[in-house]
Design a binder for this molecule. Structure first.
Ligand code: SF4
Length: 366
């Protein structure tokens, strides 16, 4: 339970003071681990833009008209999947992110496409692609929105890790004019239930907060404590993403005030104080360009998936940095950039957290 006192304590900290406190936390790590920051070389399979929700800040879903190469797709074609896998192999990507809108299989147009490809359900399609990726020594990481327990259980067999953003615990976002007014499955209770189910199933899990969508500082702190509590219970959260909302032309949400980078920096330092060294923190490097050193000093340990071949479909106007470029920035800031797999090392040997399929693959991938 967070108290007003605790929130005020965090809110009043200057960034310089936070950096000093974060350094103390980091110094509790071993010398070898202290200044390491990781990333995963990956590519994305954007499977379907069809989504049952309409989040006010979302550019990806099919409700937002798109043109050219960004055009909304009911279902990715086989040729594109094979082409991306071939390129992924050439670029030595070890991870494929499988993403889509939420529950695309409920739309007739998607059902029709699935039938044409001989699949009854969208989840069968995901299992098929995941197996194909594994056959090519690429580890799948699936994040396709809220799923039933049985689907999560099935996907664990073929996924090195999975993900779902908590985004926020603020109920205000569901009110009239809020970004989740037309997104019933963004209810915190539903997201928390999904994250807990992943915990019960021992799935190494990525989650996080979306910052700057109408929530307040206290909501951010509350969401961080919520994730910490879940992790204390199940021990499966392998990283927490702190992702800043970036405005895009054509979306319904236009914030009164745009998020300041200082606000994201502050909640990053606060997250490190709340999590200690137990949960890694990730920020997307394409959304914080120019501030990498500050984020490193405020406790991040990871830059997430960086792709040499596919775009950030959520923020298409924000290109990924070159890995070499990021490596140099880290070195200049006193950190060492290191590639990781979509499953963090500590989960590889943790009892029950890895399926037989993934275990076998790790031997040929590593
Ligand atoms: S953010 Fe996700 S759930 Fe919300 S509309 Fe976009 S694709 Fe759908």
């Amino acid at each position: 339970m967070i108290t007003e006192k605790k929130i005020l304590k965090f809110r009043d900290l200057s960034l310089n003071k936070l950096k000093l406190m974060v350094k103390e936390v980091r110094n509790q790590k071993s010398i070898e681990e202290r200044n390491v920051v990781s990333f995963s070389k990956n590519f994305t399979l954007s499977l379907s833009n069809y989504c049952q929700n309409q989040c006010g800040y979302c550019f990806y879903n099919h409700h937002i008209p798109k043109s050219g190469k960004d055009e909304n797709r009911a279902l990715i074609e086989s040729e594109e999947i094979h082409d991306l896998i071939d390129k992924g192999i050439r670029y030595r990507c070890k991870e494929a992110l499988l993403m889509s809108g939420e529950n695309p299989g409920k739309f007739e147009i998607v059902q029709k496409k699935l039938k044409e490809m001989n699949f009854d359900r969208f989840i069968d399609f995901i299992v098929h692609i995941s197996s194909l990726l594994l056959d090519n020594d690429i580890l799948p990481h699936t994040n396709i929105g809220v799923l039933p327990y049985e689907d999560l259980k099935e996907l664990k067999k073929f996924n090195a890790s999975m993900g779902l953003m908590l985004e926020s615990t603020s109920q205000k976002l569901f009110q009239q004019g809020g970004v989740h007014e037309y997104s019933p499955s963004k209810a915190p209770s539903i997201r928390i239930n999904h994250i807990k189910n992943a915990g019960k199933l021992k799935i190494p899990f990525t989650t996080g907060l979306l910052i700057g969508i109408g929530e307040k500082f206290k909501d951010r702190v509350n969401a961080l404590y919520t994730l910490k509590e879940i992790h204390n219970q199940f021990g499966h959260i392998q990283e927490v993403i702190l992702q800043n909302f970036v405005y895009k032309k054509g979306i319904p949400y236009l914030p009164d005030k745009h998020l300041k980078i200082e606000e994201l920096l502050k909640i990053t330092g606060v997250a490190r104080l709340i999590f200690g060294n137990e949960i890694p923190i990730q920020v997307p490097p394409n959304l914080i360009k120019g501030y990498e050193k500050d984020f490193l000093e405020l406790g991040i340990d990871d830059f997430g998936g960086i792709s040499p071949l596919t775009i950030d479909y959520i923020n298409p106007s924000k290109p990924w940095p070159m890995i070499e470029e990021l490596d140099q920035i880290c070195s200049r800031s006193g950190f060492h950039l290191k590639e990781r797999l979509p499953i963090y090392d500590k989960f590889i040997n943790k009892e029950g957290f890895i399926s037989e399929n993934i275990k076998k693959k790790l031997q040929s991938i590593n």
